[in-house]
Design a binder for this molecule. Structure first.
Ligand code: IVH
Length: 724
């Protein structure tokens, strides 16, 4: 059955429309919050527009169902709680969208009908690039800037005047002898491509957040609590509209734009007065061609009816003016050349191939790195160094490699081969195998889980986690500081921290201060007066942490195995291994044998994939070194061998096969282990006893072939003393 979501608006019943409008209200409001308050949109503008369009279509069919919280009744989301709130003198609206030339003609048709204008009567438009930034309202009184507000929810925004004063493009004063008493200029704050690239580079170097696009960077920069930071971001501004005014310097939009320019405001130099729709559409195509070279993002063209008297007559419909429309550009693709395919190692050791392409502007943003996710993806698209490729920005944010243009492939190129060595540490990187299907997974992972620099934070975090070494107080942030300080490079180093108490406390102090500062910010007050007390507390907490580490120098075998972070070896497998081998030495001895994988595979509950992963881990010399270091400081507690006196099965290796009727397989296994036996999953020369129930197959045959003793369930019960 088609779900409501997938049904055309025209096919919905009234009941379905109620449900769908409720869903859309919730979904759109969630996206508004992400966009307006967190500067972190999760869907593309096109997808967002489609949601709103659907909402509008359903509401047009069922006007009585329009919800009070419908997106059509609101403009944006509520402002974030950081700046002083300000009410706009006039709402800050948004624009309806047009996606095709036909949509633009329809818009003009609607305008003419509304105004009662005949086809041959002049209807001039102003066409301007639609700047992809964030709108800002600037209030001037007697020509002086007195307030600057973000859009917020359209009715109420945030006063960001301190930050706006750092924007060079925005005049603090009107350049006029007799400025109007009141004039509110509206326009777009944006960030240039050049600046965006420079800022992201700086952010990356400092380990700070990387901005997804110039719009997000501009929004994040304008809403900084510290204006000094905003100043460093070099934001720009274009004026394109106004709100409250004591008098207007013109009768058309075009004339007011010229006045704004004369008063010292930047007005987009491309803005053009068009006499008819043909001129407007020609302008659209012309700007679209130039789009990549503008140096800032635009996402369409805005057409506005030029005469202000007509604008007044047209007025507004819900959240947008009837006198303007935004003609959006389609998602853009571009061609470039793959200069190199590099490989990056993620926090969990997964290798990701990334195509470094000759920088190219896609949809107004410079793209030079395109992730190709995994080696299968590279193979599927057969991307090679030197290839000409088509790239696009999905959702206008993440660049994607669409396809290779094979006709343009230079001679002598080779298919790409993923490295089998980790580029971060030189260890082996192996293709994982799915435990259930036995098929290779798409990911290739570095096996050096203990000291690969790319993985070390994540791995140490796992190492100290509750199920492993259980060291409380060692969070990810502090571990990162320890790594940055060079005090810790691998797990063993945690146990030598106490030998450098001064260095340790210096790092811990930094950590402690950043937590205190955060808490103080949360409380809304500086906690400076508590400084002395905090110094003392810091020292005590730091020492407590050192003691917590020291207390874990003795660790049970299963926790130790788990802490190593061997792929596929979780708590259950670690326990199985510990119970099977009893001691670290026995475990290591088994791993050193030539038949290690087969032996591990024999353990009940461990298959070949896990066995191979364990072997790979111990074969890697980087892991062995890190283990040698670790074992200098850690004492592993063996699992007690249950030599229940007189137990006839102590020390035996037992295999259960076929179905048991009087107890579960797990019960039988637990009983065998508690009596000091090992339970294996397959029969070999080392097997001492096979307990075979009905339906036993190849394992029984193998036992008979090897001459291993076979008993049935009743005999097992008698032998193990289990009563059914
Ligand atoms: S005119 C009453 N002109 O687009 C509407 N808006 O979706 C006044 N924008 O919130 C807006 N460039 O942030 C107008 N040249 C331009 C624009 C522009 C960008 C933004 C603005 C507005 C949004 C509407």
């Amino acid at each position: 059955m088609t779900s409501i979501k997938d049904k055309d608006a025209a096919q919905l019943s009234e009941g379905e429309a109620v449900k769908e409008l409720a869903r859309l209200a919730k979904e759109i409001s969630g996206h508004d919050k992400l966009y307006y308050q967190e500067d972190e949109p999760s869907i593309s503008d096109a997808e967002y527009d489609a949601l709103r369009r659907r909402n509008g279509e359903i509401e047009a069919r069922f006007p009585s169902l329009v919800r009070p919280d419908s997106p059509s009744q609101r403009i944006g989301s509520k402002p974030a709680e950081r700046f002083e709130k300000v009410r706009h003198s006039r709402p800050m609206l948004s624009l309806d969208n047009a996606f095709t030339d036909e949509d633009v003609c329809d818009f003009l048709g609607r305008v003419r009908r509304f105004l009662g204008l005949a086809e041959d009567q002049e209807l001039a438009l102003v066409a301007e690039p639609k700047i992809d930034g964030l709108s800002c309202s600037l209030r001037y009184e007697q020509g002086e800037l007195v307030m600057a507000a973000t859009r917020g929810d359209g009715t109420e925004g945030e006063n960001v005047i301190a930050n706006v004063r750092t924007i060079d493009d925005i005049p603090q004063k009107f350049r006029a002898k007799k400025p109007p008493d009141i004039f509110e200029v509206r326009g777009e704050v944006y960030m240039s491509h050049a600046n965006f690239a420079a800022i992201n580079k700086r952010q990356e170097k400092a380990g700070d957040k990387i901005f997804a696009n110039p719009r997000n960077a501009a929004a994040g920069s304008l809403r900084q609590l510290d204006p000094k930071i905003t100043a460093r971001r070099h934001l720009r501004f274009f004026a394109y509209h106004w709100a409250e005014t004591s008098n207007l310097p013109g009768e058309t939009h075009w004339e007011v734009l010229q006045a704004l320019k004369a008063w010292g405001f930047p007005v987009n130099p491309l803005a053009k007065r068009c006499r008819n729709v043909e001129e407007a559409l020609e302008f659209y195509n012309e700007v679209q061609r130039k789009r990549a070279d503008l140096g800032y993002d635009i996402d369409g063209i805005v057409y506005k009816i030029d005469r202000l008297d007509l604008q007044n007559r047209l007025g507004f419909v819900s959240r947008s003016p009837r006198w303007a429309i935004a003609h959006k550009f389609p998602a853009e693709q571009a061609e470039s050349v793959v200069e190199r395919i590099a490989v990056y190692v993620g926090r969990t050791g997964v290798l990701t191939p990334v195509a470094h392409i000759k920088p190219v502007t896609v949809g107004g943003v410079v793209v030079q790195n395109v992730s190709m996710h995994n080696e299968d993806e590279v193979a599927r698209k057969d991307v090679r160094e030197g290839d000409t490729v088509v790239v696009q920005r999905a959702g206008d944010v993440i660049p994607q490699l669409v396809r290779v243009i094979e006709e343009r492939r230079p001679k002598g190129t080779e298919p790409y081969k993923m490295p089998e060595i980790c580029p971060a540490c030189g260890s082996h990187a192996v293709r994982e195998v799915n435990e259930k299907t036995g098929q290779p997974e798409v990911a290739r992972r570095c096996v050096n889980t203990l000291s690969c620099p790319a993985q070390v934070v994540e791995r140490l975090y796992y190492f100290v986690s509750r199920a492993a070494f259980d060291i409380e107080g060692l969070g990810g942030e502090f571990l990162q500081l320890l790594l940055d300080s060079g005090l810790v490079k691998e797990p063993a180093d945690l146990f030598t921290l106490k030998d450098h108490p001064e260095d340790f406390h210096a790092v811990f102090k930094k950590h402690f201060e950043s937590i205190s500062a955060r808490n103080a910010e949360k409380r809304g007050k500086a906690a400076a007066s508590k400084k002395v007390k905090e110094d003392k507390t810091e020292y005590l907490v730091g020492n407590k942490l050192l003691a917590a580490i020291e207390a874990r120098r003795k660790v049970p075998l299963d926790r130790f195995i788990l802490a190593l972070g061997i792929p596929h070896v979780g708590e259950t497998t670690a326990k199985l291994l510990a119970r099977f081998f009893h001691s670290w030495d026995a475990f290591i001895a088994a791993l050193q044998s030539d038949t290690a994988v087969a032996e591990l595979d024999e353990i009940e509950g461990i298959g070949e994939v896990i066995a191979q992963a364990i072997k790979d881990f111990f074969d890697e010399k980087h892991n062995r070194h890190a283990l040698d270091h670790l074992l200098k400081y850690v004492e592993i507690e063996n699992v007690a061998v249950q030599t229940a006196s007189g137990s006839p099965v102590a020390g035996m290796t037992i295999v259960f096969t076929g179905s048991l009727e009087k107890m579960t397989r797990n019960e039988a296994k637990a009983r065998a282990e508690s009596l000091g036996a090992k339970v294996a999953g397959s029969v070999s020369k080392k097997t001492d006893l096979v307990v075979a129930g009905p339906g036993a197959g190849s394992k029984l045959t193998e036992a008979e072939k090897l001459g291993v003793k076979v008993i049935d369930e009743d005999a097992w019960i008698a032998l193990s003393g289990t009563s059914a």
